[in-house]
Design a binder for this molecule. Structure first.
Ligand SMILES: [Zn+2]
Length: 57
């Protein structure tokens, strides 16, 4: 199993936030089209949400 590590920073206090998700397929591929919103909970009580939006430019 591959563990994907996602990092961002808290929108409120700037603390580095880490989320690890186990990838059972082991292919190390992420199809971003199908990614849900990612929630990063910080010790300060703020939840930072990453939302992926697809558009053309
Ligand atoms: Zn915070």
């Amino acid at each position: 199993m591959i563990v994907q590590t996602f990092k961002t920073h808290c929108e409120d206090c700037g603390e580095e936030l880490v989320s690890r998700i186990g990838d059972m397929t082991g292919s190390n591929e992420i199809i971003v089209d199908f990614m849900d919103d990612m929630e990063f909970e910080c010790n300060c009580g703020t939840t930072t949400v990453i939302h992926i939006e697809k558009y053309t430019s």
